[in-house]
Unconditional design. Structure first.
Length: 293
């Protein structure tokens, strides 16, 4: 699956861009940035040096991502959002005769956006903070402190008003009269959560059908060996803990499976087309991770 890079995009040296990622017009990506698979980088966005972006991240137009920002898988960053990394910035030294360098230094602070989080349009994100897993920041918010997992925050400064499901639905509104422990269910997708003093946790029964992250080393499938598609005799050579070489391309096993069965195939059980040393791949998977599909 090839990348789509607009001819007006500026991509500096030593930038890593994963397969299937699209980079639209007038984007500027600085040296050393790492961008994962199947991402979308919207027009006129800026990604600073050494920024790390995971897989399947959607970045809308005119987003500014400064150095020392890390964005995990599945994050949504809406248009005109700005990240920051310096609490007390100055253009020059006190003599006003020398510009301060733009490279990260001891005053540069980190920001981490955890998997599945959403940041609405027009937000400003402070630094030395973390936006939690599946959290949601409402449009126009100013984030000055860390946001907990599954929390919805709004305002300037942003404050928590409730809990959002993985599907994006607000399923619980916080109150000063909340019981010490509460269980709640999303009315849209049916997932269940436990809430204790605004600490939101996914109830484990939600996770019984959740796919464990596939890792060949954990499954004792050695790098350098191959998985076989018995119907055609094609082989996918294992080249990294989560990568195979298939039809001349370095891809995930999911992508290799889609190349065989079609783009719309995404079920874990589709991996049954592969064998390893004569054994069905899913039998090995179930032994290691349990029957979660």
């Amino acid at each position: 699956m090839s990348n789509k890079i607009h001819p007006t995009a500026i991509i500096e040296e030593n930038v890593s861009i994963g397969e299937g990622t699209s980079v639209w017009d007038n984007v500027h990506i600085r040296h050393g940035a790492i961008i994962g698979e199947e991402c979308i980088i919207g027009e006129k966005s800026y990604i600073a040096y050494a920024v790390k972006i995971g897989n399947r991240v959607k970045i809308n137009a005119m987003v500014y991502i400064c150095a020392e920002v890390t964005i995990e898988d599945g994050v949504m960053i809406s248009a005109a959002t700005t990240f920051t990394n310096d609490r007390f910035p100055r253009a020059t030294f006190p003599d006003l005769k020398t510009l301060r360098p733009s490279e990260p230094d001891e005053h540069t602070l980190k920001t981490l956006v955890r998997e599945g989080a959403t940041i609405g349009a027009g937000c400003t994100i402070g630094n030395d903070l973390e936006i939690g897993r599946w959290a949601m920041v409402g449009m126009g918010s100013l984030v000055t402190k860390s946001v907990s997992d599954f929390h919805l925050v709004i305002g300037s400064p942003a404050r928590s008003i409730g809990a959002v499901c993985k599907c994006g639905q607000l399923f619980y509104k916080f109150s000063t009269e909340d019981a010490e422990k509460v269980k709640a269910k999303c009315s849209i997708c049916g997932l269940h959560y436990a809430i204790a003093k605004q600490n939101v946790k996914e109830i484990m029964s939600n996770m019984k059908n959740r796919r464990a992250n596939l890792n060949f080393e954990e499954m004792n499938i050695l790098i350098g060996t191959s998985l076989r598609y018995e119907e055609t005799g094609e082989e996918a050579k294992v080249i990294a803990p989560k990568k195979v070489l298939f039809r001349g391309e370095e891809v995930s096993l999911t992508r290799a499976t889609q190349n065989v069965l079609g783009e719309n195939k995404r079920s874990l059980r589709d991996f049954r087309i592969w064998t390893y040393n004569g054994r069905n791949f899913m039998d090995i998977y179930d032994e290691v991770y349990g029957e979660k599909a």
